[in-house]
Design a protein around this ligand. Sequence first.
Ligand SMILES: [Zn+2]
Length: 355
Amino acid sequence: MEYPRAGAHYPRSTGEFLAWFGTDEDCLDYLEWLRWPGGFTCPSCDHAGGWRLGDGRYECGGCGRRTSVTAGTVFDRMHTPLTVWFHACWLFATAKDGISAQYLQRTLEIGSYATAWGMLHRLRSVLIRPGRGRLSGSVEVDETFIGGEEAGLRGGRQRGKKVLTGIAVEVHEPKGIGRCRMAVLADGSAESLHPFITDAVEPGTRVITDGWNGYIGLDGLGFTHERRSQRAARTRGDDPGELLPAVHRVASLAKRWLLGTHQGSVEQAHLPAYLNEFVFRFNRRNSRSRGMLFYRVMELAAGHEPIRTPTSLPAGSPAARRRPHKAAAIRPAWNAQQRTGPGARPRCSSRFHSG
Ligand SMILES: [Zn+2]
């Protein structure tokens, strides 16, 4: 297993990014390497091997079907040139707090706001890594209303619809916050909360909640449940709002991010995709390499079913599970020895994969 390396598998800087991905052909080469690190595999029949046609598509050596490298990825059937798409991915991945559709449209001079928004939405929707690890150790869980805020309204009741969101956060002793998970909940009942927790948290974990009835029964699901009573906190003279400091910290960061990067203009139906993006960024907040985030985004984008409608895929949908995450499957051809000089982009060693 080879860990992706800066300068070999992903660009180290914007300058290097621009040098690598100057043409759509460059982008296709990179996608081809990400999708089929061991050579072409037919998406229809799983046959390994085929040949590349003059128009850049592949013909399967088994069933004869022709397929393009972008088929079945988020780049499928988009009129936007791949170079623009890649640049959008670079900006999306390397900006610490992400970018708004308005910023993307302006920066890359994309024809319409809707196109720019659609690109970002497709990227957001692939950020749930299939098979990702569940939270473990000690985990605080709470539910809170998120979204619906409108810029310029302060305090009191805010207009717009808020969505009940489950938040689970790893807490480190004596202090510190690990990874988080978020999901939109139908309501605050045990029927909604229990599946959220079993999906997000490893069995055997110490799960800390407040005294809400919806959390009763977690012991029976294999967790060590610690309930913190608000009444007891009040009796002790503690602030009941500080019972679960880690989840409250993450919730306020998420709300601030929605208001900041996205000016709070997030429709209820799209909130799950925005939460995906927040969790992806939060869990990688200490990553020193922004280029590495670009690689992760591209890896997910290249292996994902296209999102045709502006709705996000649920985490466990068949489409989200279809292509497993293959960080280890690096084609050896894509490395420094392929490069011919400083700043030159890596190239595939062969355009022909025999069956
Ligand atoms: Zn085939």
